[in-house]
Design a protein around this ligand. Structure first.
Ligand SMILES: Nc1ncnc2c1ncn2[C@@H]1O[C@H](COP(=O)(O)OP(=O)(O)OP(=O)(O)O)[C@@H](O)[C@H]1O
Length: 649
């Protein structure tokens, strides 16, 4: 191919402009990005060579070389990975093919600071070279192609680039940065080594630089011909824990997750036994924007004996833990394992279970340390023997579980329906608001410890908002009796709780389902009075049933109300009216559930019913108001307004 000039795809030009302008304050990341590309290219070669060993040609040792030339003002990153053909260079370096990057372009706000953060999350890759270079030359030859089919790609990072055929003996790619005037600092061995140590130490290939020695005569450092590795050149997860600093763990997390914030916790283990693997799992501090997309791929990278196999290995983590990030390196899986094969493998099942156990153990640990350690001695004058070290560790982790739960708690609940084997563990990790705490901090165990003598169930209510839950008429009797009720406002709550009939031997009971039976908590006189009221109220009930026959499955007298005239409940086992609403608004089919209207025979409005000339209107108003009180809307709002107005007039 003779020299050709081609235009960048419009989006590339836009991205380039952004990269060079927004990322200026953190210039040095360009080196991380280019070394990461070089390392990916080597991973790709290793992978393709599994079937075609000849691709290694005469250079089986994969490596990255970083060199600079002060006089020419160039910095060159060379790898002997897969390389690019001419067509690939045009495509990969001239267009943005990745849908993720396109998605990101759509989210740009124009606010430089915010956009810079976004870019950080997505990784800008190759184009970050233009932060420090006013011209980039890429020379490459794809593994397996003849030396005569090399390619040179040159661009100044504006509207276009040039490509031409070159002769290139070495397989792989050289990215040559022609540094800008203000990027002279990168023409220094010390500086480059420092950046590589910071961002790229975990890269599993050797990153080589030419040695420098002090020349006393010249009184300056001189570059030697000999190359030496400037990174540890072993994948982070393959090193012993004691050799890895907290900072290195955090840095590695940022690389694999594109998250700029440090993770909340991590766990690094070598698992031995019938299935052998290494796991390094991280709990992020913030939920990604697409957490609710259940098709979102898991954040686990799979390696087999240190060879990279695939990103997003979703078979290695259950869907409710799709937000966990990390690496699994298996010693047993075949190197040519495909996604389909993964789904069926017994080893993979063992790894998935091992990963799940590990994540839940991390969460249990965070939950245990969530409250800051108490310094005062206990009520009985006895102090726990806690070492200062333990206390310090606990203090460091205080509040992390609360922070975690605010981000990921709702996703965790999906596990109740999905992961039968860990249901009990999951139930212990759940937290709710309650009639005693607006903060989402009450565990089932906390609740049980506060249960009244004679209380037989853990009571809860589901609603759209905390305010709706707190003010729900169904709670009135519980309030009066001082019985705590858990307030659940996550969309998944009702669905998830349907998989949890009890906690630690105590049944869970929705206060909006079934009849209230407070058992021993209700005194006998009250019960008797209610029965009598129901008896004398019977004729009115019959009339109410007739009026509301199209709306209510049944009408009955209740003891659960104190201040309100009526409320709606459903039968045990039926979908609540709230869940039915949710499903409907999500466009899903919900079974038509007719609620039961419960009325408070002591309420003046209800007493007024008997003998009223507006009986039918009052009956419908009672029903519609009960629906409104729990956040629903009357089927026919106009009819409701007409009825109320008729009574007001
Ligand atoms: N050193 C290299 N060797 C071979 N191909 C490369 C090299 N550098 C870049 N490429 C090709 O160019 C493409 C674009 O690179 P770029 O860094 O912009 O994005 P990416 O690596 O796909 O994504 P990201 O860097 O965001 O993870 C790569 O996907 C790869 O195909």
């Amino acid at each position: 191919m003779s020299k050709q000039t081609l235009n960048f795809q419009a989006e590339v030009a836009q991205l380039l402009h952004l990269v060079t302008h927004s990322l200026y304050s953190n210039k040095e990341i360009f080196l991380r990005e280019l070394i990461s590309n070089a390392s990916d290219a080597c991973d790709k070669l290793r992978f393709e060579a599994l079937d075609q060993a000849s691709l290694y040609e005469d250079a089986p040792n994969l490596e990255v070389r970083v060199a600079f030339d002060k006089d020419a003002r160039t910095l060159t990153i060379t790898d002997n990975g897969i390389g690019m053909s001419q067509a690939e260079a045009v495509e990969h370096l001239g267009t943005i093919a990745k849908s993720g990057t396109k998605d990101f372009m759509g989210r740009l706000s124009g606010d430089q600071k915010k956009d810079a953060q976004l870019i950080g999350q997505f990784g800008v890759g190759f184009y970050s070279g233009f932060i420090v270079a006013d011209r980039i030359t890429v020379e490459s030859r794809r593994a397996g192609l003849p030396a005569a089919e090399g390619v040179r790609w040159v661009s100044a990072g504006t509207g276009d680039f040039e490509v031409e055929t070159i002769e290139r003996a070495a397989r792989g790619t050289s990215v040559i940065l022609h540094l800008r005037e203000d990027a002279t600092e990168y023409l220094s061995h010390w500086k480059l080594q420092q950046i590589i140590g910071k961002y790229s130490d975990h890269i599993s290939l050797p990153i080589l630089m030419q040695k420098e020695t002090w020349d006393a005569e010249k009184s300056e450092y001189v570059t030697q011909d000999e190359w030496e590795a400037v990174n540890s050149a072993s994948a982070l997860w393959t090193r012993p824990k004691k050799d890895i600093s907290g900072e290195q763990y955090v840095e590695f997390y940022k690389v694999i997750s594109y998250d700029q914030e440090a993770p909340l916790a991590w766990s690094h283990n070598r698992v031995e036994g019938s299935t052998e693997y290494t796991q390094l799992l991280y709990i992020p501090a913030k939920a990604p924007a697409d957490l609710w997309n259940r098709d979102r791929k898991a954040g686990i990278k799979l390696y087999v004996k240190r060879v990279f196999i695939m990103d997003e290995a979703d078979a290695l983590m259950p869907a409710y833990l799709r937000w966990v990030k990390g690496v699994v390196d298996s010693a047993d899986l075949p190197l040519n394992v495909s996604r389909e094969l993964l789904q069926e493998s017994r080893d993979v099942k063992a790894i998935r279970e091992g990963n799940t156990r590990r994540v839940l153990a991390m969460l249990e640990d965070l939950a245990r340390k969530d409250k800051a350690p108490e310094t005062a001695e206990g009520q009985d004058g006895v102090t726990d023997v806690v070492s200062e070290e333990d206390k310090a560790e606990q203090a460091q982790d205080a509040g992390k579980y609360t922070a975690f739960y605010a981000e990921f708690g709702a996703a965790l609940k999906e596990g109740l329906g999905e992961d039968f084997a860990n249901r009990e563990k999951l139930a212990k990790l759940l937290r709710f608001a309650s009639t005693q705490s607006d903060a989402v901090s009450v565990s089932f165990a906390d609740y049980k410890a506060r249960m009244k003598d004679g209380q037989k169930a853990i009571y809860y209510i589901t609603a759209d908002t905390l305010a709706a839950a707190k003010n729900s008429p169904q709670l009135e009797l519980f309030r009066k009796k001082g019985i705590e009720v858990l307030l659940m406002t996550d969309r998944v709550d009702e669905w998830a709780l349907s998989f949890l009939p009890e906690f630690d031997g105590t049944p869970l009971q929705s206060v909006a389902k079934g009849a209230v039976d407070l058992g021993e908590l209700q005194d006998e006189d009250e019960k008797k009075a209610a029965e009598q009221a129901a008896e004398s109220f019977k004729p009115v009930l019959e009339k109410l049933k007739a009026s509301l026959k199209d709306k209510a499955k049944d009408v009955r007298v209740t003891t659960r109300l104190v201040d309100s005239p009526a409320c709606l409940v459903v039968e045990d086992g039926d979908y609540s009216t709230q869940l039915a609403r949710l499903l409907k608004s999500a466009g899903q089919k919900a079974p038509e559930v007719q609620p039961i209207l419960e009325v408070n025979a002591e309420h003046p409005l209800v007493k007024k019913l008997d003998g009223s000339s507006h009986f039918d209107d009052l009956a419908h108003i009672l029903f519609d108001q009960a629906l409104l009180a729990e956040g629903g809307l009357p089927d026919d709002p106009a009819a409701y307004v007409r009825r109320v107005n008729a009574l007001l007039a």
